[in-house]
Design a protein around this ligand. Sequence first.
Ligand SMILES: [Fe+2]
Length: 390
Amino acid sequence: MENTHNFILPPKNLIGSGAIKDLPNELLSWKLSKVLIVTDKNMISLGYVENVEKILKSLFISYDIFDGILHPNPTVSFVEDGLTYLNKGLNVFKRNYNLIISIGGGTNHDCAKAIATVATNGGSIIDYEGYNKITKLGIPQIAINTTAGSGAELTMYSIIVDESRKVKMVISSPFLTPFISVNDPIFMTTMPKEVTASSGIDVVSHAIEAYVSTEASPITDSLALEALKLVFEYLPRSYDNGNDLEAREKMMFANIMAGMAFNNAGLGYVHCMAHQLGGFYEQSHGDYNAVLLPYVFEFNSVSIPEQRILKLCEALGTITHNTSQAVGLIIDSVDKLRSKLEIPSKLSAMGLKESDIETLSQNALKDICFFTNPRQGLLEDIISLYKAAF
Ligand SMILES: [Fe+2]
């Protein structure tokens, strides 16, 4: 029986309070001539970009800053603006950028991955939608993460909205994996409450979807279960007090572990449905996941082995030998956490229009996260799930 599992991660991951201090050592060996920083104006005003500028200046590395990521939904326009900026830089200085440093949350990392890819592969980022369409390495990327989180700083995914089709594209290739990820909780203390909530519950959906995925392995299982234990204990604390460094640090680890799990096990219907909502409306990605997760979990539960449901329930704090009780407890725990984080309970409160459900469902069937869901449904099933969460 063929049953193989590749395990993909950045070659280097700097982790923990003060991890950013290790970055100069890493850069020393690169013989860099020019760096492009990809970020947004908020990261500049928080002083995070200046931290990196100081490091580059101390090593006499020249750099430019593209800060044209204007809102938290990554779009083809931002990627194209970044490429225009990058090409203008080439014309003026006649030197190639040989490193991209993204600073921020998932949106900035995903846009930077797309810019780095198109810069060397050519065409448009739309050409690479789907799995393994990229044929060459992009410009190497270092991703300095400020949320906990999308996991984007260490994954082989780039999620970009094609505004012309209103589709949130999933682009997946090992070539998208950043060369170095940096997760330093000091960069996470300024996350606003709603970002802490939305990105934190995204970690729950990553861990649960990776755990129940058809591509799960004992490695991704242990990462996913440990991530869940941490989120349920420390997300309420970091939501209540953003300066609670211990809680921020534990959430940072939860983000890394869930990111490692889903990067290698894949995701499921929660994400393929949330991606489509992100193509149509403006609510944060994690908020859509928070609402969809209980409905999708209940739908999937008949296809998840009983022992695995019981283990998942145990990770959330309750030991039971009754599977249907465990399903109820898991759904309840997710729902209570969503409510604690003040995220609405229905998609209608997040902009969903009933008349869009059919199109959203058809688009969800084409999302690559569809294929690793434990229960394969039909168009009508996806429509019913959107309607139940409406
Ligand atoms: Fe996500």
